[in-house]
Design a protein around this ligand. Structure first.
Ligand SMILES: NC(=O)c1ccc[n+]([C@@H]2O[C@H](COP(=O)([O-])OP(=O)(O)OC[C@H]3O[C@@H](n4cnc5c(N)ncnc54)[C@H](OP(=O)(O)O)[C@@H]3O)[C@@H](O)[C@H]2O)c1
Length: 308
C-alpha cells in the first residue's frame, strides 16, 4: 500500500521515463520504495535515469502491440504512469507519422495491453495547451490535438472496461538538469554564455511548476486511484495558480541568479497560436498544490550547471 508516497510493495510502469519529467518521476518512485519498470525504445538514451538505473527494470518496446503485451505481462504493474510523448511545435509533414505513433498509437497499445492483463490503474499526461484561449478544448498545435485525441480514446476504455484513469494536464515545468529547449534552460544558457537572447514580446503569461511538485501530483494521483474505487475518468490541471508574464519571469530570474541578461524582446515572433493566457479553469488535483515558489525553484534549478 502507499503510505506518505512511500510504497514497499507496489509496482509502477512508467512510459516516457527517459525524458525530463518521466525520469524525475521514475527516480522519485524508486526512492520511495516502488518497484519501477520503464518502457524505453531500442534507441532510447537512459542517461536521465542517473543513479536509479540499477534499481529500475528497463523494457525495450519495438513499437508493436505484441511487444507491449509482453512488457505488460513481465512488469505486471499496479499503476501505469504514461508520460511518453512527441511534441514538435510547430510541426512539419515529416512529423505526422512519428507524432501520431507516439501520442496516440503507443498509448492505445499501452491501455489495450493493460486491459488484456488485468491492470486497471492509469495516470495519463495532458497539457495546458489543449486549451488555447482558455477554453475547454481548442488545440494550440497539432501536438495538442493528438493529446486530446488520445484522451478521447481513453474515455472509450474507461466507459467499457474496468480501467480507472486520471489525466494530469501539465503546465510549464522547470527544474534542475533540464536539457530541453524550455524557458529556464534558455535563460541559463544566455546567462552563462553572456550572449543576447532573442525572445517574443514577452506579454504572454506562463504557469511555471517546479519538477518536485509535478512528481508529488503523480504520486497523489496514484493514491487517489488506490483509495477511491469510484474514480473512472478524471482530469486535473497541475497549475501553480500563479501565472506570471514572461517579461516578469525574466526579471525574477535575474534577481534570483544575480545575472543580467540582454533580452531582445520581439526578436522572435509569437507562434500562430501562442498561449497568451494559460488554462485557468481546470480543477486542481484534490490535496495537491504547488509548494515550491518561483524564486525558490529558479534557485534550485540554476544551482546545478545545466546539461547541454
Ligand atoms: N513543459 C512541459 O514539460 C510539459 C507541458 C505539458 C505537458 N507535458 C507532457 O509531459 C510529458 C513529459 O514531457 P517531457 O518534457 O518530460 O518529455 P521529453 O523530455 O520530450 O521526453 C519524451 C519521452 O517520451 C518518450 N517517447 C516519445 N515517443 C515515444 C514512443 N513512440 N515510444 C516510446 N517512448 C516514446 C521519449 O523516449 P526517447 O528517449 O526514446 O525519445 C522520452 O522518454 C509528455 O507527455 C508531455 O506531453 C510536458
Amino acid at each position: 500500500m502507499i503510505n506518505n508516497g512511500k510504497s514497499s510493495s507496489l509496482t509502477a510502469l512508467v512510459s516516457g521515463a527517459t525524458g525530463y519529467v518521466g525520469s524525475h518521476l521514475a527516480r522519485r518512485l524508486s526512492a520511495n520504495g516502488w518497484k519501477v519498470h520503464v518502457i524505453a525504445r531500442n534507441g532510447s538514451n537512459l542517461t536521465m535515469l542517473h543513479q536509479a538505473r540499477d534499481s529500475i527494470t528497463v523494457h525495450r518496446h519495438d513499437g508493436s502491440t505484441e511487444s507491449m503485451f509482453a512488457i505488460m505481462e513481465q512488469a505486471a504493474p499496479d499503476v501505469v504512469f504514461h508520460l511518453a510523448s512527441f511534441a514538435p511545435i510547430p510541426h512539419t509533414p515529416a512529423h505526422i507519422v512519428p507524432m501520431l505513433h507516439s501520442n496516440i498509437v503507443f498509448g492505445t497499445q499501452l491501455v489495450e495491453a493493460m486491459i488484456a492483463t488485468g491492470v486497471h490503474r492509469f495516470i495519463n499526461t495532458g497539457t495546458f495547451s489543449q486549451h488555447y484561449d482558455n477554453v475547454f478544448y481548442s488545440p494550440a498545435s497539432l501536438y495538442d490535438a493528438t493529446k486530446q485525441a488520445f484522451k478521447d480514446i481513453l474515455t472509450f476504455y474507461t466507459e467499457t472496461t474496468a480501467l480507472q484513469a486520471i489525466t494530469l494536464e501539465l503546465h510549464d515545468i522547470y527544474g534542475p538538469g533540464d536539457s530541453r529547449p524550455a524557458i529556464i534552460p534558455i535563460l541559463q544558457k544566455a546567462a552563462s554564455e553572456q550572449k543576447p537572447v532573442a525572445m517574443t514580446l514577452g506579454e504572454q503569461l506562463v504557469d511555471m511548476v517546479y519538477i518536485d511538485d509535478i512528481a508529488d501530483a503523480y504520486e497523489l494521483a496514484a493514491v487517489r486511484l488506490f483509495t477511491r474505487q469510484e474514480v473512472k475518468d478524471e482530469v486535473y490541471s497541475v497549475s501553480s495558480q500563479n501565472p506570471i508574464r514572461l517579461k516578469d519571469l525574466v526579471e525574477v530570474f535575474e534577481n534570483v541568479t544575480g545575472c543580467r541578461l540582454t533580452v531582445q524582446w520581439g526578436a522572435q515572433s509569437y507562434l500562430s497560436r501562442e498561449i497568451i493566457v494559460p488554462w485557468t479553469k481546470g480543477k486542481n488535483l484534490p490535496g495537491w498544490r504547488a509548494k515550491v515558489s518561483l524564486e525558490e525553484g529558479i534557485k534550485k534549478a540554476t544551482a546545478a550547471a545545466p546539461e547541454y
